[in-house]
Structure formats: structure tokens, C-alpha cells
Design a protein around this ligand. Sequence first.
Ligand SMILES: Cc1cc2nc3c(=O)[nH]c(=O)nc-3n(C[C@H](O)[C@H](O)[C@H](O)COP(=O)(O)O)c2cc1C
Length: 177
Amino acid sequence: MEKKTDELIDFIKSRKSVRTFLFEKIDKIIIDNILECGRWAPSGLNNQPWKINVVNHPTIKHMIAENTKYSEIIEEAYYNLVIFLDKKKCYNRVKDIQSIGAFIENILLAAHAYNLGAVWIGEILNQKEKINEIFKLKEEDYELMCVVAIGKIDMQQKDNRTSERKRELVEKFTEWY
Ligand SMILES: Cc1cc2nc3c(=O)[nH]c(=O)nc-3n(C[C@H](O)[C@H](O)[C@H](O)COP(=O)(O)O)c2cc1C
């Protein structure tokens, strides 16, 4: 394999969830660039069924944090990307949600490219109606998909220094025909 290919593969494999952050400023342009990577995610019929609310304001952050057991992560993160399915753009529920997944993975990889920490918080879906209320978004128009918390990585935390992660081997979930 070429060196560049090796590096890209290593980059994909080395992305990991980061749940403890330093509360240090991240320039808005970086979030713009991260969202630009989301923008290029694939979607069924290219319908791009996403809507993002970028949250940096402490009061709004706190209001969101109150709706998940992962409140500390959300409070610590410099930015939280609140990711909705734009139901008005949808045509097939499974495919639309798959497209959101592709969008989110692009976001996580872009954050990783900037050496920022990020984590996909899905548990907050238990309170998805409350999140719609915070932003005054109608449930018939927008459905919460997750929050991605983003911040500078706190390297004092052991979890953030180790690269150890667990995955099944490919042959465990793959059959060749
Ligand atoms: C659909 C989905 C929901 C998730 N929800 C949460 C969550 O609520 N809280 C959390 O800390 N991590 C959450 N995660 C992150 C996973 O725990 C994490 O990706 C997994 O353990 C693998 O670890 P890694 O990302 O470090 O490779 C979620 C990930 C996905 C894809």
C-alpha cells in the first residue's frame, strides 16, 4: 500500500470517542469546516435530510444537558452539534436515517482530523421532544438524531491517552461467497 493510503486507513481506525474535554475556545471556522465535511456525506436520492443547530451558548448548553445522563460531557464540550432529521426532506425512513449516520461519521472523522475530541450522544433521544421544545422545532418537521459533543482533548485523562479499543474480528461478522 502507498504511504498515503496507509495513513488514511490508520486515521479512520484511530478515531475514537472522547468524553472529557478542556474548556478551550475552538474557532468557529473549524466547526464550519467540520460541517462542510458532513455536507459531502452520501444520502439517498441526494436528499441531504439533516439540520444542525450548533450550540455554544452556556444557557442553551445547560438546557440540553439537563435532558441526558451524559450532561457532564455536554457541559464540558465547547460546541455541541444538535443533529436533526429534516422530515420535510425525507422519502424513506430507513434510508434517511442511514444518511444521517453517514453525515455523523463524516463529522466525527473531520473532528478527528482537527485533533479535536468528539462523541456521538444517542442517549439523549430518550428526551427528544424536550430538545425540540428548546429550539421551538415542531415534531412533525424535525426529529432529533443525536448530539455530537466536540472539544479539545484533555490529555490528562487516561482514557484519552490510551488507544486500546475493542472490536470483533472481521471474520466474526463476515462471510465470503
Ligand atoms: C448510535 C450511537 C449512539 C451512541 N450513544 C452514546 C451515548 O449516549 N453516550 C456515549 O458516551 N457514547 C455514545 N456513543 C458512542 C459509543 O459508545 C462508541 O462509539 C463505542 O463505544 C465505540 O467506541 P469508539 O467510538 O471509541 O470507537 C454512541 C455511538 C453511536 C453510534
